[in-house]
Design a protein around this ligand. Structure first.
Ligand SMILES: NC(=O)c1ccc[n+]([C@@H]2O[C@H](COP(=O)([O-])OP(=O)(O)OC[C@H]3O[C@@H](n4cnc5c(N)ncnc54)[C@H](OP(=O)(O)O)[C@@H]3O)[C@@H](O)[C@H]2O)c1
Length: 234
């Protein structure tokens, strides 16, 4: 299988590359700058992939060339609005950046990869916990992160409808809490609702669980949202 993973330099993206490479898949690892850990995997690295730029579409296309792609994981993501909860003090530039990376970055990645997808290919969006996006979240705030992740869910639901006739399946997967830089930064602020990083799965373990949710995806279950426990939502 040929897989394209964004945000491959560290965290969950690096975990996905690690597991895929180990099981013999060909990995196109898209990142801004390759980390030593990523280089050590000896996968096919595509560097300078800045998902906020429209030029990324051409860069990714050049990186994957004419190879058929069986799996795209739109994983690159940021959470910078966790420490500015109040609507009056909201940093709109930070919110804009979250949209650019989390929502529009995924859209650009899909546009780039689409010519290389074929019947049986899968597109995965890394979403977040359902209860923070739903109607009655446990707490307010994190506007930019949650709104951009809600946007990615909507994108996925719509894309699933459009691509089903072409035999391409789409799924949103929440990995749950994973011990990465993203979670550690939130936890460092004293945020009580975030699970402690050291009590959360490491990125490789979380990637293994995610891949089981990817492998089970079929055209019948396209457009579904699922979390790391298998629970569906929306
Ligand atoms: N960790 C959790 O508990 C958790 C829970 C729910 C969902 N998620 C989701 O999981 C995904 C991966 O996050 P993570 O926890 O692994 O965080 P992470 O360790 O901070 O990794 C984030 C990745 O996204 C990349 N990225 C950020 N901005 C980018 C940009 N503008 N262009 C291209 N790449 C960019 C980073 O690249 P650089 O190294 O170049 O910055 C990095 O590779 C995100 O979508 C996140 O929302 C994580």
């Amino acid at each position: 299988m040929n897989a394209l993973i964004t945000g491959a330099s560290k965290g969950l993206g690096l975990g996905l590359c690690t597991v895929l490479a180990k099981r013999g898949d060909t990995v196109f690892a898209a990142c801004r700058k390759a980390s030593p850990e990523l280089v050590a995997l000896k996968v096919r690295v595509i560097e300078d992939v800045e998902v906020t730029s429209d030029e990324v579409i051409q860069q990714l296309r050049e990186g994957i060339g004419k190879e058929a792609i069986d799996l795209v994981v739109c994983n690159a993501g940021i959470n910078t609005s966790f420490n500015c909860d109040g609507i009056e003090t909201l940093d709109l530039a930070a919110v804009n950046q979250e949209y650019q990376v989390n929502a529009l970055g995924a859209l650009r990645t899909v546009q780039a990869a689409l010519p290389n997808l074929r019947q049986g290919s899968k597109i995965i969006f890394v979403s977040t916990t359902g209860n923070v996006l739903g109607r009655n979240p446990p707490r307010g705030g994190s506007y930019g992160y949650r709104m951009s992740k809600a946007g990615i869910n909507t994108f996925g639901f719509l894309l699933a409808k459009e691509l089903q006739p072409r035999g391409i399946a789409v799924r949103m997967i929440s990995p749950g809490a994973v011990n990465t830089d993203l979670l550690r930064a939130i936890y460092a602020t004293g945020r009580v609702s975030a699970r402690a990083p050291e009590q959360s799965p490491d990125p490789v373990s979380a990637a293994q669980v995610m891949l089981s949710k990817i492998d089970e995806l079929t055209l019948e279950s396209t457009g579904s949202w699922v979390d790391e426990t298998g629970k569906s939502w929306a």
